[in-house]
Design a protein around this ligand. Structure first.
Ligand SMILES: Cc1cc2nc3c(=O)[nH]c(=O)nc-3n(C[C@H](O)[C@H](O)[C@H](O)COP(=O)(O)O)c2cc1C
Length: 413
């Protein structure tokens, strides 16, 4: 089982994460980890904080001479901004000598839509900072770092993961499912909102600009696409083994994600079965809809063809060999520069909500976090299906399954 924990405050010294269950012998590419962290920091609509940080994950354990040892991997991502926050965020009971940055006053006016009010009620804090520092999406940098390692496990079975932004506010792509894995993969890292259609992207940018000028914020949606996913991951046999449920939980756990859709998503409820379900047809020839070979060779070739993929690659909570397609729907950012009404909890009188330095829109960044969460769930499911304490064992088991399945379901000419 692949599992992880994260720790760290938004303006604390560092974020820390532990990934456990990684097989031994994986040559970990830490440059790839840095690239993913950089992708999370980008996107049109981010605030000034992201200009301060240039995230890099420092490995502390579980890796020797470049290879995973099978022991837990611990990573630390230092917060560059820490030097401005030491007098506000020190761990020691008293202000340590030499601490830097201002000693900021308590935060007492909860922001509607953030964890502020629920958090102080739950934990009995007076200072909302004790809540917001951990509830902040800064934590997702840690997820992206270990997600980048999960992606490297998935590469061993040929799986690749990409994402694209499908809507900002009311501006949306007409049909996200019409965008192929290749289309989404071809989006340049410099695309401001990581949307496949530059015309729609310009309208999205205008939507964000309008919100910024009005002191407002925007949400939107994104889709994660995983390609060459081995069929047979997950199970219908028990509720908590269904992969759709596991993926939905993983995506919903990203701050501000309020809904998740698989394949056609909520639209499935309004279509008749004849228009929704993906027909199963005989396939002729060897090259199927799974596309080109992954780095480990051909995926299991099930000798059928699915002309559509409204199911998003999952039937019965099990991957069916089609692209896995899952969408996340993000609410607008809770911190408004023109603050909403709130109550000062020290006086219990009406008062505008607190303003913290903030993003106007963070949908492209949430999409990168979404990729990481999908990678972590798929890598866990792949480890469950193929097992192995070393990468070699994992790959051997995967290949045996792939070849057996390919032979069994080979198209009959
Ligand atoms: C990548 C990313 C960046 C975010 N940036 C901000 C931000 O700058 N300001 C803010 O108020 N909320 C931001 N959020 C959303 C809050 O973290 C989130 O709304 C809050 O933790 C409450 O959780 P909930 O919305 O899931 O209920 C961001 C979320 C993500 C995924």
């Amino acid at each position: 089982m692949l599992r992880f924990l994260t720790a760290g405050e938004s303006h604390g010294k560092a974020l820390v994460t532990i990934l456990e269950g990684l097989p031994a012998g994986l040559a970990i590419d830490f440059e790839a980890v840095t690239r993913e962290l950089r992708r999370r920091q980008g996107g049109y609509g981010r605030g000034r904080r992201m200009a301060i940080e240039s995230d890099r994950a420092e490995p502390l354990s579980g890796v020797r001479h470049g290879l995973s040892t099978g022991a837990p991997i611990a990573l630390m991502i230092p917060n560059k901004d820490w030097e401005n926050w030491q007098r506000t965020m020190h761990v020691e009971p008293e202000q340590p000598a030499g601490a830097t940055g201002p000693d900021r006053p308590m935060v007492t006016r909860p922001r509607p839509g953030h964890a502020d009010l629920a958090g102080v009620v739950k934990y009995g804090h007076d200072d909302i900072r004790n809540v917001l520092e951990r509830a902040s999406a800064r934590e997702t940098a840690a997820r992206v770092a270990i997600g980048a390692i999960a992606r490297q496990i998935l590469e061993q079975v040929g799986t690749e993961i990409v994402s694209h932004v499908t809507s900002i506010g009311l501006v949306s792509l007409p049909d996200a499912l019409a965008i192929s894995f290749e289309d989404a993969r071809a989006i340049g890292d410099d695309a401001p909102l990581h949307c496949v259609d530059p015309r729609v992207e310009r309208e999205m940018i205008a939507e964000i600009d309008r919100a910024r000028e009005a002191g407002d914020t925007m949400g939107g949606s994104f889709e994660v696409i995983a390609h060459d996913v081995p069929p047979g991951l997950g199970s219908y046999a028990q509720w908590d083994r269904k992969l759709d449920g596991r993926l939905a939980q993983a995506l919903m756990s990203i701050p501000a994600i309020k809904a998740v859709g698989i394949g056609r998503g909520p639209a499935a409820a309004s279509l008749p079965g004849s228009r929704l379900h993906d027909e199963i047809l005989p396939r002729h020839g060897l090259q199927g809809p799974q596309g080109p070979q992954g780095p480990q060779g051909r995926q299991p070739v099930v000798g059928v063809s699915r002309p559509t993929n409204n199911a998003g690659g999952l039937e019965g909570g099990v991957t069916n060999g089609e692209d896995l397609r899952i969408s996340g729907y993000m609410k607008p950012i809770a911190t408004l520069m023109k603050p909403l009404g709130s109550v000062d909890l020290t006086t219990m009188t009406e008062s505008p909500a607190t303003i913290e330095r903030s993003d106007v829109c963070a949908v492209p960044a949430a999409a990168v976090v979404g990729e990481a969460m999908v990678a972590l769930v798929l890598a866990d499911a792949a480890m469950e299906k193929f097992g192995g304490d070393s990468v070699q064992e994992l790959v051997d088991n995967f290949r045996a399954f792939r070849d057996r399945t390919a032979a069994r379901f080979a198209p009959r000419q």
